[in-house]
Design a protein around this ligand. Sequence first.
Ligand code: FAD
Ligand code: UDP
Length: 370
Amino acid sequence: MTFSTVLITGAGFAGSTIARELANAGHRVHIIDKRPHIAGNAFDELNAHGVLVHRYGPHIFHTNSERVWQYLSRFTEWRPYEHRVRGVVDGKEYPFPINRDTLNQLYGLDLDETGAAEFFEKHREPRDPVQTSEDVVLNSVGRDLYEKFFLNYTRKQWGMDPSELKAGVAARIPVRTNTDDRYFTDTYQVMPAEGYTKMFERMLNHPNIQVKLGVDFSELTDLELYDHIVYTGPIDAYFKHCYGPLPYRSLRFKHEHLADVQQFQQVGTVNYPNDHAYTRITEFKHLTGQEHTGTSIVREYPEAEGDPYYPIPSDTNEALFKRYRELAEKEAGVTFVGRLAEYRYYNMDQVVGAALSAAKKLIERLRPSS
Ligand code: FAD
Ligand code: UDP
């Protein structure tokens, strides 16, 4: 039997899932990452004060996919966690996503479910077709709520007006006539019991997998040694930006430890649509359930330059991405998967789903000859 040797660039969810699948199928995998750690943007670690924090911003796991849930459950135990968020408007915190309590508290009303539905119906500005993120919000809740919760947050987060962003961005956020104040309603809402990094250590702990950290793909000179390459970094960088840079939004994370504060805020994340240069503050102990005499928080400051974190869903950017994707389709020995390589605003579970599908195809293709 002859098995293949595959190079995987990027040890995040995309790269690590494919690595494990190929290794289980008998192939040899070399996985590299230019960072000094595994787990990609989901990397978590104990900070100097012993609090488990997410270096690249808060990562909350949620999925409706039984397949993804079953798959990751092989590598971790879970802790149930339902994320809650408040949005600050004129110095007061309100439940977010907007639900009936948000309306009642904000406008001093006493609406029931039907009343909340009528409120939205009365205030919404119908749009047809719904194409942009502005359309999505105006079409569902109307201008005042749009201006209070969405307009400035979106401008800050993306450096763009909601009218320039595809509908899918704001469509991530539901609007509710009930009083459910959870951020997500997925079937599975959990956090890895010992953290993401421990889960990734188990995924990559396989005799067929060799991990090399601090290695940049662009510096490798021995690519001919590999039967196939999986690339999970930014697609434009792979092609040396030949059509010009594909825009990604970056963030600066300002971590802080408060030694004598048991709890800094009432919920996991507080959003600041209209104040401050940061978009939100997350307090990690809510997410992880850790007990500690102090607490650690992170503020997210959106930036144009820096590590690529978000593909920016606009018509222009998607047109440019398609040009890169055409090149990728001609790159016979390379598979492109993940949030940066597919330029898709994927959540973690969607990346795992995409990686499992890509791995299945690749295993078919690399089927060992006897
Ligand atoms: P990444 O995790 O980015 O991994 C790609 C890896 O490739 C990186 O480690 C990078 O260093 C490496 N790499 C790139 N180029 C090279 C190169 N040239 N050479 C070597 N290595 C290279 N999802 C959720 O489901 N829930 C959340 O709550 C959530 N919160 C988020 C919060 C923030 C602030 C951000 C930015 C994302 C969040 N996500 C969340 C999305 C989640 O981070 C991604 O879906 C997921 O981590 C993407 O995995 P990936 O493997 O595609 O990419
Ligand atoms: N959003 C907003 N106000 C908020 C929260 C979100 O306008 O208080 C918009 C904004 O455009 C944001 C998008 O909804 O980028 C998606 O929000 P989500 O919380 O899903 O973003 P992520 O966690 O991926 O950064």
